[in-house]
Design a protein around this ligand. Structure first.
Ligand SMILES: CCCCCCCCCCCCC/C=C/[C@@H](O)[C@H](COP(=O)(O)O)NC(=O)CCCCC
Ligand SMILES: Nc1ncnc2c1ncn2[C@@H]1O[C@H](COP(=O)(O)OP(=O)(O)O)[C@@H](O)[C@H]1O
Ligand SMILES: [Ca+2]
Length: 441
């Protein structure tokens, strides 16, 4: 493998020459023997292709760019082109004979990755008798790795783990057996499990944007641009209470300048007896350690990884770690439209998007959200509330945000959650049980 610009990998050839045919055969035999000893390299893969993801190029990308590389690497692949949403998830949950495979590959976007994750995690818990509905259930680790071939609209999970959204690079990472553990949040409403999340859990701006964009799926990835502009112009804010448990164990802060990469020292940190003690202490302290913030928010974002993607190469939280057992909670309070635009623009350049008076960011291990309309509201409060007005002038002052009497929705890795009051926890604090993090290629 040869590295090129922007974290991309390409195949490289090395030619050995020798006039002696017998010696050549020996070389080939020894090389093949050595390769077969590399236990990390997959030999048999189960591939799911979403033909409708992104620009609908999943099948072509797999056939033209990935399958030839798998063949050269002597990897056998069983390919399933999905016929409906949740086809891959349901197949993994109940039907697939997982003993046959070294890994599962998803060809699609973050929504498709989420299907595979849910299918694999649910299958593993069902087989082991673990109830995912229990908010404190210790999940059994999945034995199969998940590979991602980017063919979606955002491809943030691929971009943030590999550093680029290039199918050939991802195929080569899979072939050489690269792997990267990844934090998973479990999201509950009361005691009912809703979904797992690995990238963005967003309420307000991103929730509204995703809800609107679902109606424009036929536009492909451009739906996010159109819905982005529309949601920005609507400039809604939402009231509620967010409670969170700050991360412990010197996990760094979201304002650090270092970026998490493969082999990151924070994520590689192995549990020591000292860490375990700290974790036990933090459980004791848990009830008293929660911070509570009540307010009016344009966006509430939980980023368990940087969420870097082609639209924002440094992501929503540039210093978030892939596998540290924490999520970065970003609160964007009610502000003028112009200020919010400045904040958004900073996701695309080198300026610090957290350096605004109306933005705060916390590294947390758990959080909860309760929208205001679920709480008791006095009549006096209600009479003060202006009505939702739709679009208002773009250069409006701070006071002209639209008050939303309704609620927003949570987007969870691009899927809309059916509840607004949610409880979120990181599944595996690294100091406790690093092995329960799933791994991606
Ligand atoms: C004025 C210029 C403003 C530019 C702001 C750009 C900020 C971009 C931040 C993007 C964060 C993306 C987090 C990733 C989420 C994905 O999991 C999710 C589903 O992906 P997929 O299934 O591949 O479509 N995608 C989104 O939530 C879309 C966010 C769109 C942002 C414009
Ligand atoms: N064959 C199919 N037909 C319709 N929807 C599908 C199919 N296969 C997968 N899906 C669903 O499509 C959605 C988007 O998939 P994804 O691959 O993430 O594309 P995108 O990045 O464009 O959103 C996911 O929610 C997934 O469950
Ligand atoms: Ca993290």
């Amino acid at each position: 493998v040869r590295r090129t610009r922007q974290q991309q990998w390409r195949c490289s050839d090395v030619t050995f020459q020798c006039a002696n045919q017998g010696l050549c055969q020996q070389w080939i035999q020894v090389i093949n023997e050595q390769l077969s000893l590399l236990a990390n390299r997959p030999k048999s893969l189960l591939v799911y292709i979403n033909p409708y993801g992104g620009k609908r190029r999943g099948k072509r990308i797999y056939k033209q760019k990935v399958a030839p590389l798998f063949r050269r690497a002597c990897i056998s692949a069983d390919v399933i082109v999905t016929e409906r949403a949740n086809h891959a998830r349901d197949h993994l949950k109940t039907e697939a004979n997982l003993d046959k495979y070294d890994g599962v590959v998803c060809v699609g976007g973050d929504g498709m990755f989420s299907e595979i994750l849910h299918g694999l995690v649910t299958r593993t818990q069902t087989d082991s008798g673990v109830d995912q509905n229990q908010p404190d259930a210790e999940l059994v680790p999945c034995s199969l790795h998940i590979g991602i071939i980017p063919a979606g609209s955002t491809d943030c999970i691929c971009f943030a783990t590999v550093g680029t959204n290039d199918p050939v690079t991802s195929a080569l990472h899979i072939i050489v057996g690269d792997s990267q553990p990844m934090d998973v949040c479990s999201v509950h409403h009361d005691d009912v499990f809703l979904r797992y999340s690995v990238s963005l859990l967003g309420y307000g701006f991103y929730g509204d944007l995703l809800t609107d964009s679902e109606r424009k799926r036929w536009l492909g990835p451009a739906r996010y641009d159109l819905s982005g502009v529309k949601t920005f112009l609507s400039h809604n804010y939402y009231e509620g209470t967010i409670s969170f448990l700050p991360a412990e164990n010197n996990m760094g802060t979201p304002r650090d300048k270092l970026q998490c990469r493969s082999g990151c020292c924070v994520c590689q940190h192995k549990p020591s007896s000292k860490d375990n003690k700290q974790w036990e202490m933090s459980e004791e302290k848990e009830n008293s350690g929660w911070s509570v913030i009540r307010g009016k928010f344009i966006a509430i974002n939980g980023a368990s990884m940087s969420c870097a993607c082609p639209r924002s190469p440094k992501g929503l939280s540039p210093s978030a770690h892939l596998a540290d057992g924490t999520t970065d909670l970003i609160l964007v309070r009610k502000c003028s439209r112009l200020d919010f635009l400045r904040h958004l623009l900073r996701h695309t350049n080198k300026e610090d998007q957290f350096d605004h008076s109306f933005v705060e960011v916390h590294r947390v291990s758990k959080f909860r959200f309760q929208p205001r309309h679920h709480e008791l509201v006095s009549l006096e409060d209600l009479s003060e509330s202006p009505k939702k007005t739709g679009f208002s002038p773009i250069c409006s002052a701070q006071t002209t945000c639209n008050y939303s009497t309704a609620h927003s929705s949570w987007t969870c890795d691009g899927e809309i959650l059916p509840h607004t009051a949610i409880q979120v926890r990181l599944l595996s604090c690294f100091a406790r049980n690093k092995e329960s993090q799933p791994e991606v290629h």
